[in-house]
Design a protein around this ligand. Structure first.
Ligand code: DP6
Length: 340
């Protein structure tokens, strides 16, 4: 007997970034964060999980290559899913599939580890599929969190907050939907892929070094909860100007913290900086914030804007950046509707 579940999970792009852990193994953040989950058909992970009596061991394939199942994060996720499934079925006589091995096959439809939140979509998808397979119900974003912090936010669509939580065991650190996609259907995200190369400093390592060395980080940790409340209010009011200002200032502060880290971490390259300049030029000319940029742990930009402004912004971005592509410079543009 063979049972298989396949799911997809989209990438989420934070407007209030998670940067820093107070507990490395449980993955508990030093600040709350907030993101927008992109549409299902765009940047996403697709994962199949199967159990069978004939499987001899747990195994995992990522983007066509077998990887070690022994990775502590994968192990944490598997253990927690099995523990909850076991608890649920303890009253009944216990399901045999709980004792079978699992095979996992996962793929992204975009570059892995290029700062495009691949681990977020990947772990959200893995946890969601496993929960379906083992009939685990209730909150599962806290399990995804133990795979990769930002993954907890990809469990939900729309505008999602990851509550920092206060408890040491992490039981109050999970994701909640602030507003569904349908609340602000005009919202769009444009992903500007500046480079699809693997980043030099991964986010896990980068945030560890920032916590250990950056003075600015202490200031940031105190400031972020206030910005989180303010941006939630802006989302509720559909106040794009405030949403855009906080998004850009927050991204800039994250990268200032990275520069304040020792040794410094520089995720933005010259193209990223030109994108920042272009966005401020557009907003200056229009006299109000119509576009916002945000950068994760890499040079790729995510622009948030409203549907009515997509054609003119896309036109300008293509005008300034696409010619570079034929000169061998990496830069191309994808339009991502949020929501679908
Ligand atoms: C800059 O979730 O990848 O994208 O928990 O160590 O796996 P780990 O880190 P990860 O960090 C994401 C950092 C970020 C900001 C964000 O998505 O909030």
């Amino acid at each position: 007997k063979f049972e298989c579940v396949t799911c997809t999970a989209p990438v989420n792009i934070a407007v209030i970034k998670y940067w820093g852990k107070k507990d490395e193994s449980l993955i508990l953040p030093t600040n709350p964060s907030l993101s927008v989950t992109l549409g299902q058909d765009e940047l996403r992970a697709k994962t199949s999980v199967a159990v069978s009596e004939s499987f001899k061991e747990d195994r995992i394939w990522l983007n066509g290559r077998e990887e070690s199942i022994e990775s502590p994060r994968i192990q944490n996720v598997l253990k927690e899913i099995r523990r909850r499934a076991h608890k649920r079925s303890a009253d009944s006589k216990g399901e045999s599939k709980l004792f079978q091995h699992v095979h996992i096959v996962s793929e992204n439809n975009f570059p892995t580890a290029a700062g495009l939140a691949s681990s977020a979509a990947g772990y959200a998808c893995l946890v969601y599929s496993l929960a379906k397979l083992f009939a685990v119900q209730g909150e599962i974003s806290d399990i995804a969190r133990q795979g990769s912090g930002s993954a907890c936010r990809s469990i939900y669509g729309g505008f999602v907050k990851w509550k920092m939580g206060e408890r040491e065991d992490g039981t109050d650190s999970y994701a909640v939907q602030v507003a569904p996609e349908s609340h602000w259907p005009e919202m769009r995200a444009l992903i500007l892929v500046v480079s699809d190369q693997k980043k030099l400093v991964g986010s896990t390592e980068g945030m560890q070094t920032s916590i250990a060395t950056s003075e600015l980080m202490k200031h940031r940790i105190n400031l972020v909860p206030k910005w989180t409340d303010e941006i939630i209010e802006a989302i509720k009011q559909k106040d794009f100007t405030t949403f855009a200002k906080i998004t850009m200032r927050e991204s800039n502060q994250l990268h200032a913290v990275c520069l304040d880290t020792y040794p410094p971490i520089m995720y933005l390259n010259d193209t990223s900086k030109l994108i920042i300049r272009l966005v401020h030029c557009i907003n200056d000319i229009l006299g109000v914030e119509k576009v916002a940029y945000t950068f994760d742990a890499g040079p790729n930009a995510c622009l948030y804007l409203l549907e009515e402004d997509v054609p003119r912004v896309l036109h300008l971005v293509k005008h300034f950046f696409l010619p570079a592509q034929s000169n061998g410079q990496p830069s191309f543009v994808t339009g991502i509707p949020v929501p679908e």
